[in-house]
Design a protein around this ligand. Structure first.
Ligand code: ATP
Ligand code: MG
Length: 562
């Protein structure tokens, strides 16, 4: 299990929000939950991989429990048998653990309660609070009414005994699929359409991944969810805003069925992020359409994608905490997520030198066959990360862009006659370059100043540019994946647009033949690095000692405007 789990302190110290204020009142003297341990749950539907929106819900559900010394259950919402897959269940567990949260032995399936739900449905019929309705879906829509006209159903007043018998026949599969439903008898004239005798059970001869063919009736979410919560003794059922108008139904189910607890539903805003889409259905379309390499493609907003991209659990928790919990849906800038990652990696990532677009620099006055070593810091923000040795010799690789034969204005790197600092090594002065027959530059030449070892200028002369380099005698080749937004527009779905139309064709650029200092080969994925001037990178999960692959997690330049 993740090391992070040993220090979930930050989560217990989660910033205060309106949910906490409600709970504080609830558990205080005289409150509805006085003396009770705060008990929450995270209820994903296992029909895809978790995304950053789920991370917010996880931080709210688990974080709130931690804050109050309570507990949080993990429950697979598998009431809809069409889409579930065991692969997703395992991935969901892995992602939650990775984020740093744990449900211990409180792992459940909604389908664990199918018997209880059936029992509750029968109880409602017996109390005259539910009836079997034979309206077709089309008729149901037609009879739905509007704000000034109540809904209607000719089956509403059918005798209790008849509903009981028909419901039993539905359960036994003696009724055709779609022919009958069980509806709660609440209020056909309600201004809240969720209360206009909602369907609570429908027929569906579908195989269920856990209950097999035992059931051919399945409960609707609005009926099932409060029962699941009550059965697990949940005190606070935290969910997203779209369930606000369903709360009266949630409470109605709790009040009218015999259940062991009375949970309280509290809604908060969904997270949206620009330049991406955030629904499992759409993310699945990207995977199945081959637009990305899989659910864990580093461009995906899935937790496994972000992990592969180099996001740390802490950076995501910091992000979820800072965006806050509110009652208003809003879209957060992707740049803010990146900002949180930079902040975390700046403290923890090891510094290494990698040249992405190499060209050879020859130090013509450095003796052939000679070589020396420099001790450099692994991480200036953490002395405990120690030093490493890097070698230097007559030839090294630098970025092609760090030399210009004819410099543009304000260019401070290598051009004939100019001095730059080779990071941690020497000051060198450019003397020229070599070109091939087509005029392409193939080598750059410079002379070093032996008095400037370590990059210092004893005479105090000003050297403006500092560039990174890798010893040409001592390096490993690496492949580097550079990423850009998956969607080229900020709102891929604005005005009903098809998100597939704004996929960014340049969201991945693979650079092979990059040159890295050898120390990089000592790490295992997902080691995080800061490469001078080019960004934060991590080792890809498919990286091997023979074929090193680096993914750029985020560039160094912070695009987030505070
Ligand atoms: P999706 O459309 O991605 O499938 P969902 O809401 O149907 O989203 P569930 O698996 O049912 O996904 O979600 C589990 C929990 O995560 C729910 O409580 C839901 O409210 C929450 N959740 C899902 N998406 C977001 C989001 N973007 N922001 C905050 N919470 C979310
Ligand atoms: Mg869903």
């Amino acid at each position: 299990m993740a090391d992070e789990l040993k220090t979930p302190v930050e989560n217990a110290e989660m910033s205060s929000n309106f949910i906490h204020t409600f709970i504080e009142k609830d558990i205080a003297e005289g409150g509805d939950y006085c003396g009770k341990k705060v008990h929450t749950r995270f209820p994903p539907e296992p029909n895809g991989y978790l995304h950053i929106g789920h991370a917010k819900a996880i931080c709210v559900d688990f974080g709130t429990a931690l804050k109050f010394g309570g507990v949080c259950n993990l429950r697979m919402d598998d009431t809809n048998p069409t889409k579930e897959d065991v692969e997703y269940v395992d991935a969901i567990k892995e992602d939650i653990h990775w984020l740093g949260f744990d449900w211990e032995d409180r792992f459940y399936y909604a389908s664990d309660y199918f018997d209880k739900m059936y029992e509750c449905a029968v109880e409602l019929i017996k109390k005259g609070l539910a009836y079997v309705c034979e309206l077709t879906p089309d008729q149901m829509r037609e009879y739905r009414g509007d704000l000034s006209t109540p809904a209607k159903s000719p089956y509403r007043d059918r005798p209790i005994e008849e509903s009981l018998r028909l419901f039993e026949q539905m359960k036994n599969g003696e009724i055709e699929d779609g022919k009958m439903t069980l509806r709660a008898k609440i209020d056909l004239a309600s201004g809240n359409f969720n209360m206009r005798d909602p369907v609570i059970y429908r027929m569906n001869r579908l195989h269920h991944h856990r209950t097999g063919d035992k059931w051919c009736i399945y409960p609707m979410y609005d009926f099932a969810h409060p029962i699941e919560d009550a059965m697990e003794g949940i005190t606070h059922s935290l969910c997203t805003l779209e369930f606000e108008a369903h709360r009266p139904l949630y409470d109605w189910v709790i009040d009218n069925c015999t259940l062991p607890a009375k949970p309280r539903q509290i809604e908060f805003a969904r997270l949206g992020i620009n330049h991406t889409v955030m629904s499992k259905r759409k993310l699945r379309a990207l995977v199945e359409g081959g637009y990305v390499s899989g659910w864990d493609d580093p461009r995906m907003p899935t937790l496994c994608g972000l992990r592969r991209r180099g996001y740390t659990p802490r950076s995501i928790r910091i992000f979820c905490d800072r965006i806050g919990v509110s009652k208003v849906n809003s879209t957060v800038e992707y740049a803010f997520l990146e900002h949180c990652l930079r902040e975390d990696l700046n403290m923890t990532a090891r510094r290494v030198m990698v040249v992405l677009d190499p060209i050879k620099l020859v130090i013509t006055n450095y003796p052939e066959g000679q070589s020396e070593t420099f001790e450099v810091e692994n991480n200036p923000n953490n002395e405990a990360d120690g030093n490493r040795a890097i070698t230097f010799s007559r030839e090294c690789f630098i970025e092609r862009g760090d030399f210009m034969e004819e410099p543009i204005k304000k260019y401070q790197r290598l051009y004939p006659g100019n001095e730059v600092r080779l990071k941690s090594a020497y000051i060198v002065k450019c003397t020229g370059c070599k070109k091939d027959d087509d005029g392409n530059i193939t080598e750059v030449y410079a002379e070093y100043d032996p008095e400037t070892r370590g990059g210092n200028t004893p005479d105090g002369r000003k050297v403006r540019g500092t560039i990174h380099w890798v010893d040409a005698q001592n390096y490993v080749p690496v492949t580097v994946n550079l990423y850009d937004n998956l969607f080229s527009v900020a709102e891929p779905e604005a005005n009903g647009a098809d998100f597939l139309d704004s996929l960014n064709p340049d969201s991945l650029s693979v650079q092979s033949g990059c040159i890295a200092e050898k120390s990089i080969a000592e790490y295992d994925a997902p080691a995080h690095f800061q490469l001078m001037r080019t960004g934060y990178f991590c080792l890809d999960k498919d990286s091997t000692k023979e074929n090193i692959i680096l993914n750029r997690s985020v560039s160094l330049k912070d695009g987030f405007k505070k």
